[in-house]
Design a protein around this ligand. Structure first.
Ligand SMILES: Cc1cc2nc3c(=O)[nH]c(=O)nc-3n(C[C@H](O)[C@H](O)[C@H](O)COP(=O)(O)OP(=O)(O)OC[C@H]3O[C@@H](n4cnc5c(N)ncnc54)[C@H](O)[C@@H]3O)c2cc1C
Length: 388
């Protein structure tokens, strides 16, 4: 019988559920407890980031979470975890101290840097392949007021702004980030949005971001000081909510070439759904300095995660939107490297992308999979088949 594990239910590929099989639904396991002295938090496997952030921000603490608050901590953590704090504190998995895992044999194992070390390596980036995580323990950091918001430009200026964006990203300090989206405003205007942020003294952030905000002729600028908790909910509405139909593709690149920029901007002029978007996450700083061999998640050099985000409301329109996305992706793919951010992709027709994303670690992960899940019970994910 097919078995899914549902954490927060945000898998763009729909891995958390299945038709006709078994769903291990963690929706009711959402407790979060904080130790403000040790600066750690324990959270059950079905919690969402807004529940985690609410519990930790009471103490002025946070860890790297996603950029949308209603995503589950479960899938996001197990796949790596990219968010506003990645430059300063690394990926979510870089802040994982331990996890309680129910493996396929029904045993409960606590994996950490001292216990079940192989399992701990595998669950930090290997997705839900190795068991059901009922509890995560995270390192927290003091995070209070931050700078955040959007600088919006018309799509007509997007190629020029993207060339500027490409040049400015490598100059950013760890505390700063700029992610970028080609999207459609709620009233139908095609836009480029720079998602600007600074996790440090506001005056310092204003100085770092001044040239970015001054570039070109933006049609809006919402960048302002706010609490980290406020920043976490900024992108939730209207396109990041539960219940939408989704089909995504992702790949990394160290170069935003002119040719890639041209293909992306031309593609953004032809979105099949106004809820769809093209996103660029620039990864730098702490996330890029960890040894790539330390754990399954190995995205460890400054680079962009490029995502085509297909989203729509009507299930009957799925074939149309998926076909649009695949056509755009085939024009972009040649400008990207073969490695994928597995949390951001539907890989139903691209199983080879899983192997390519783990590279030299793939064989080791297959052996760990064979040890803890020899029959591939947990296969509704970016699947790593057991080694033989
Ligand atoms: C709107 C939106 C915004 C996003 N933003 C970001 C972002 O900013 N940064 C980022 O890194 N990613 C982001 N993602 C991607 C996100 O990390 C993945 O979709 C992630 O898998 C979602 O986790 P979930 O628990 O909500 O999903 P689910 O659908 O519940 O699960 C996803 C996968 O993880 C497994 N899983 C979940 N919980 C557990 C558990 N406790 N134990 C074992 N296996 C489990 C499931 O079996 C499934 O294979 C976003 C996704 C969406 C839809």
């Amino acid at each position: 019988m097919v078995t899914s594990v549902r954490g927060g239910g945000h898998s763009a590929a729909g891995y958390g559920v299945n038709d006709g099989g078994l769903v291990i639904d963690l929706t009711r396991m959402r407790a979060v407890s904080v130790d403000p002295i040790r600066r750690t938090a324990r959270a059950e496997g079905g919690a969402l980031w807004n529940e985690f952030d609410n519990a930790t921000q009471v103490h002025g603490l946070a860890t790297t979470g996603g950029t949308v608050s209603n995503t589950g901590i479960g899938g996001l953590t197990l796949g790596g975890g990219i968010g506003w704090l990645s430059g300063l504190y690394g990926a979510t998995v870089d802040n994982l101290i331990g996890a309680r895992v129910v493996t396929a044999d029904g045993e409960i194992r606590t994996a950490s840097s001292t216990e079940y070390v192989d399992l701990f390596l595998a669950i930090r980036g290997g997705g839900g392949n190795f068991g059901v995580v009922t509890e995560f323990e995270y390192q927290l950091h003091a995070v209070g007021e931050v700078l955040g918001g959007l600088v919006l430009h018309p799509l007509a200026a997007a190629k020029e702004v993207l060339r500027f964006y490409r040049d400015v990203c490598p100059t950013l300090p760890d505390a700063a980030e700029i992610n970028c989206g080609l999207l459609t405003s709620p009233d139908g205007m095609p836009l480029l949005g720079l998602m600007v942020g600074y996790n440090g003294p506001i005056a310092e952030g204003q100085k770092v971001m001044a040239p970015v905000r001054a570039f070109g002729r933006p049609v809006a600028d919402t960048v302002t000081a706010m609490s980290y908790g406020q920043r976490q909910v900024q992108l939730d509405e209207p396109n990041a909510v539960h219940g939408l139909q989704r089909y995504w593709r992702s790949a990394f690149t160290e170069q935003l070439s002119d040719a890639l920029i041209d293909v992306m901007v031309d593609g953004a002029g032809r979105f099949s759904s106004p809820m769809s978007a093209l996103l660029m996450f620039y990864l730098h700083g702490a996330i890029s300095r960890v040894d790539p061999a330390a754990m399954a998640f190995g995205v460890r050099k400054p680079q962009w995660d490029i995502d085509v985000i297909g989203q729509w409301a009507e299930p009957s329109e799925s074939a149309h939107h998926i076909s649009w996305l695949k056509e755009l992706w085939s024009a972009m793919e040649g400008h990207l490297n073969g490695s994928t951010y597995l949390n951001h992709a539907a890989l139903d027709d691209k199983p080879e992308a899983v192997r390519a994303s783990f590279g030299a670690k793939y064989a080791r992960l297959r052996n760990i999979k064979a040890k803890y899940d020899p029959d591939n019970l947990f296969r509704m994910n970016a699947n790593i088949p057991p080694g033989r």
